[in-house]
Design a protein around this ligand. Structure first.
Ligand SMILES: *Cc1c(COP(=O)(O)O)cnc(C)c1O
Length: 239
């Protein structure tokens, strides 16, 4: 094994142990939580090693980086999640490799994703990104729709050709009433997820939790955690 692969293997084992412990503490089965490794800013060679180490879900947040990486890894059986703020002019590219877009936060994006999915003859999974700290009618600083906008977007995704409503995603707010209170934030997301499922029974995904707070997300009931730094290391510069 190369040094890099050994390092990734050790980091993955640590993250795996954290998820398992969090599941045990919450009385949940390990299979209820899917690890998504956020590979943004890291090269395709890392994605390839992660695949060899058993990772099957990866996430990216910038199309410019993600598109060539996904092309370089097209021979691998991976589920690609797009988790970044998405401009409509990137939708066509993202739709060519992403299996799930976790950052759906406005109607214009639903329309664009639907058009691109139909044209590409693909079905695209969609999560509504919720900004827990956004005021009614506004969007969060890091993207996401205010909680009172969830149902309108969910209904639009449900009605859109080529799209499949999979559930909800959030990033724990850095400011506002939930700042520093990840568990409370994720509990709140779970309330919205439960409400959503009442009207959309297939929308079972709840994506929450990153390297620093995955335990809180598992405790709250998340089905997917998105972990970057703890697996790949601290990202140089932005990202
Ligand atoms: C980068 C990123 C993550 C992973 O964050 P880490 O702290 O590196 O684990 C998760 N979700 C989103 C939306 C991200 O952009």
């Amino acid at each position: 094994m190369t040094d890099r692969k050994a390092q990734l293997a050790a980091n993955l084992a640590q993250v795996e142990e954290r998820i398992t412990s969090a599941c045990t503490a919450a009385g949940r089965k390990r299979e209820e939580v899917t690890l998504i490794v956020v590979t943004k800013t890291y090269p395709a060679s890392d994605v390839r090693m992660l695949h060899e180490l058993g990772v099957r879900h990866v996430a990216e947040n910038r199309d410019q980086d993600a598109a060539p990486k996904a092309t370089a890894c097209a021979d691998l059986s991976l589920t690609w999640h797009f988790v970044g703020q998405l401009q409509t002019n990137k939708v066509r590219s993202v739709t060519s490799y992403a299996d799930v877009v976790q950052s759906v936060d406005r109607l214009k994006l639903v329309t664009a994703l639907s058009g691109a999915a139909v044209r590409a003859e693909r079905e695209l999974g969609c999560l509504i990104q919720v900004a827990l700290d956004a005021e009614s009618g506004e969007r969060g600083e890091r993207g996401g729709v205010a909680p009172d906008g969830i149902e309108e977007l969910a209904a639009a995704v449900d009605a859109a050709e080529g799209l499949r409503l999979d559930g909800l995603m959030t990033v724990a707010p850095l400011a506002g009433p939930f700042a520093g209170r990840q568990r409370a934030a994720f509990d709140r997301l779970m309330e919205f997820a439960t409400r959503l499922r009442a009207g959309h029974p297939a929308a079972t995904m709840v994506s929450a939790g990153m390297s620093a707070d995955l335990e809180d997300a598992v405790a709250a009931g998340a089905t997917h955690v998105r972990v970057g730094t703890a697996v790949l290391g601290v990202r140089p510069g932005l990202g």
